[in-house]
Design a protein around this ligand. Structure first.
Ligand code: IPE
Ligand code: IPE
Ligand code: MG
Length: 247
């Protein structure tokens, strides 16, 4: 049987997902929030597999925001432990699938062991040419812009460049994900319709899609609903509809 996504006239190259709703999923079942985060980790596996099968180039997953440190210490600890466990358990399988794993965000705040797992996963899969899976952890869009400005300022000072010489391309080159295509499709599960300090600069022209599905329930069919919606959007980038090639 041909899967329905084969019929979509266009697929996004890069999908960025805010994986929200783990806590509510657990609460609806009378379970502790931790159970929701564990189920959410299973969902990550399913969606990575689905993106791999569909030939998506980049999947960026928001796993832990710079604001999530404000949650109770026990929940923060659990989230970091689940992240470490997933890296330890899944890296070899990802490597077999030719998946390249990397992390964006300020990793210096993480426990040393977790930083080691991240380095190992990135190093092992660095030459892989299949799906890029990017985990945003201790990531914030504002942090990203500030770290990019810091890099650009340092370069400008050493090269004695004028402030007026700065272009959007210079800043873009210093931001996370600069070597990858910009996100085409943003998905947020869990019913909220906000960015929550995820990729700010990079989402400038991304198509936004919001799903009421809670992240632990999000499966390949739900991804296909988003892909179907995406394939019906007309991306104009400021031009007129008639200037845009009809597909
Ligand atoms: C998303 O689920 C996971 C993280 C933010 C780490 P939540 O934990 O935010 O789930 P809700 O929003 O409370 O349901
Ligand atoms: C966004 O979810 C961050 C991640 C999914 C990692 P939150 O649940 O933290 O977002 P807010 O607080 O509802 O905006
Ligand atoms: Mg939430």
């Amino acid at each position: 049987m041909t899967e329905k996504w084969h019929d979509f006239p266009v697929l996004p190259r890069h999908i960025a997902i805010v994986m929200d709703g783990n806590g509510r999923w657990a609460q609806h079942r009378g379970l502790p929030r931790a159970a929701g985060h564990r189920a959410g980790a299973q969902s990550v596996r399913r969606v990575v597999q689905a993106c791999h099968e569909r030939g998506i180039e980049v999947l960026t997953l928001f796993a832990f925001s710079s604001e999530n440190w404000q949650r109770p210490a026990s929940e923060v600890r659990l989230l970091l432990e689940l992240f470490a466990a997933a890296l330890r358990k899944e890296t070899d399988r990802a490597h077999e699938y030719n998946i390249r794993l990397r992390m964006i965000g300020d990793r210096s705040a993480f426990p040393r062991k977790l930083q080691q797992y991240i380095r190992r996963s990135e190093a092992l899969t660095a030459e892989n040419t299949g799906l890029n899976v990017v985990i945003a952890a201790n990531y914030g869009g504002r942090w990203d812009i500030v770290q990019a400005v810091q890099q650009v300022l340092e370069q400008a000072q050493s090269a004695k460049l004028d402030a007026e010489a700065l272009t959007p391309e210079d800043l873009a080159a210093a931001l996370s994900l600069s070597d990858l295509p910009e996100p085409d499709l943003f998905i947020r599960t869990g019913g909220e319709q906000r960015i929550s300090n995820f990729l700010l600069w990079q989402l400038a022209y991304t198509e936004l899609y919001f799903s009421d599905c809670l992240w632990p329930e999000f499966a390949a069919d739900d991804l296909d609903l988003a892909l179907d919606a995406y394939s019906k959007r007309q991306r104009r980038f400021g031009r007129l509809a008639e200037q845009v090639d009809s597909r």
